[in-house]
Design a protein around this ligand. Structure first.
Ligand code: PFF
Length: 454
């Protein structure tokens, strides 16, 4: 019988704080600093931001509580956790599919995440070499264009990023991850504040704030709502078992609700700060807010290139971004690696190597999407865009619906109440309404619209 008095065979966090830091490390990554600003730019600013925040509050937080709760009760890789919980709650063994589905989604995401992680590695080198110095918007665009235009360079950095990710995963979550996140996440936060400080000197800070926060509903479309919801899942790492597996390492005494709220708030603050740093630079340098995936890499170098001590700060920024990407990439692949260990009796090293190789190969498709395959489109999207759409906009929300239904409808009230162990009865009731009704219905409505059912 599942019981969170047991521990996972893969380890346990030393404290509530390490769990919050590790889950924040998984949540805060390229999604906040690279993806959130460029999606905001593509979807016209404030309306997207507002929907995003709503999704985090009404769907993200209850979903995160549900995932941590399932993980802590199951104490295994998501596939086996779902199997154990299905048995405990007399539900069909088919629920294991949630675990398989999420594990696969994690590999798909990492295959492209690693290419972008490679960009941060490449940009550390650019920064150290002083290549940002005196750069204007045009110069930054050219620098980026040359960088992504070269398929060998792309594969090279992608390979490096995969190696550093799989190395930590092979060594085990506890020894590698805990130390890295406890100091480096706060450092990244401070550096973002420095960037926001720079943005205030551009003369376009208020314009940036206005763009992000003065609601303009004329920009709101079905697609932007769908993308904002997908981004909330992506940014909080929900719907695919990552948070479930981190939950399986959570000590029994930790308050799940408190920790989930803290993680979501922190994650959202990082995304908003990134937006507040980037958009003033965009406007001050006549860059295009809707530039897409290049946005971060075309704005930040301009800021550092024109700031005193820019080489040092610029390098530091990309190093910290690398670390944020790294802690997320580890979490993306942890479900697949633990699955191989539990199902096929592999050692951690063997599992990391096999899963790493498969993911690395798939990543070539993304590495080439910005050069030799940039014209090769399906549904008018490149390989990278298709993969991103499939995972963030379809797979994670779908995974989320099933997780919500399981946590809200199949897990008995006694079990969820026992595991969440909330001080406030009202708080528990609100959670239960959100997870039983609001989350599955809202996500289904958006998904059905996206696939053209109505
Ligand atoms: N949340 C990460 C980010 O915002 O960069 C990406 C991610 C990590 C998504 C882990 C999903 C996941 F399971």
């Amino acid at each position: 019988m599942p019981s969170s008095d047991q521990q996972s065979i893969h380890g346990q966090w030393s404290s509530r704080w390490t769990f919050i830091m590790a889950a924040t490390g998984a949540a805060v990554g390229l999604g906040n600093i690279w993806k959130f600003p460029y999606l905001t730019g593509i979807h016209g600013g404030s309306a997207f931001v507002l929907i995003y925040i709503l999704c985090v509050a009404a769907l993200g937080i209850p979903m995160m509580m549900a995932e941590v709760m399932l993980g802590r009760r199951g104490r295994q890789t998501p596939v086996n956790t779902m199997r154990a919980l299905a048995a405990e709650n007399n539900a069909s063994q088919g629920w294991q599919l949630i675990g398989w589905f999420g594990t696969f989604a994690g590999m798909l995401i990492l295959s492209y995440y690693s290419v972008i992680g490679g960009w941060t590695l490449g940009y550390i080198l650019h920064s150290v070499s002083g290549n940002f110095s005196g750069l204007n918007g045009n110069g930054a665009s050219t620098l980026f264009g040359d960088f992504v235009g070269n398929p060998f360079v792309q594969v090279g950095w992608h390979t490096m990023f995969m190696i550093i990710t799989m190395y930590i995963v092979a060594r085990g979550v506890k020894s590698g991850l805990e130390k890295a996140v406890t100091y480096l996440m706060p450092a990244l936060f401070v550096l973002l504040l420095v960037l926001v400080g720079y943005a205030m000197t551009t003369g376009y800070f208020m314009k940036g704030l206005d763009y992000l926060f003065t609601p303009d509903f004329s920009q709101l479309t079905g697609t932007s709502i769908h993308t904002a919801m997908g981004q909330a899942f992506f940014s909080l790492s929900l719907g695919m078992g990552t948070i479930m597996i981190y939950g399986s390492y959570v000590p029994k005494s930790t308050s799940i609700a408190g920790a989930s709220i803290a993680i979501a708030v922190f994650d959202t603050m990082v995304a908003l700060l990134a937006g507040m740093a980037i958009f003033p630079i965009v406007f001050a340098n006549a860059l295009e807010p809707g530039a897409g995936p290049s946005l971060l890499f075309e704005t930040i170098p301009v800021a550092f290139g024109n700031m005193a001590g820019g080489t040092l700060f610029g390098t530091l920024f990309f190093v910290l971004l690398l670390i944020a990407a790294w802690t997320s990439s580890i979490s993306l692949i942890e479900p697949a690696v633990t699955l191989m260990i539990e199902k096929f009796n592999m050692t951690r090293w063997q599992a990391a190597i096999w899963i790493g190789l498969a993911t690395w190969l798939l990543g070539f498709g993304t590495a080439f999407s910005f050069n030799i395959w940039s014209e090769a489109t399906v549904f008018e999207m490149t390989f990278f865009e298709n993969l991103d759409y499939l995972t963030s906009n379809l797979m994670l929300p779908l995974g989320g619906i099933f997780i919500a239904v399981f946590a809200g409808w199949l897990m008995t009230k006694d079990n969820s109440q026992d595991e969440l162990d909330m001080k406030s009865e009202v708080g528990y009731s609100i959670w239960r309404i959100l997870i039983r009704f609001i989350a599955p219905i809202a996500v289904s409505i958006v998904l059905l619209h996206a696939i053209g059912v109505y």
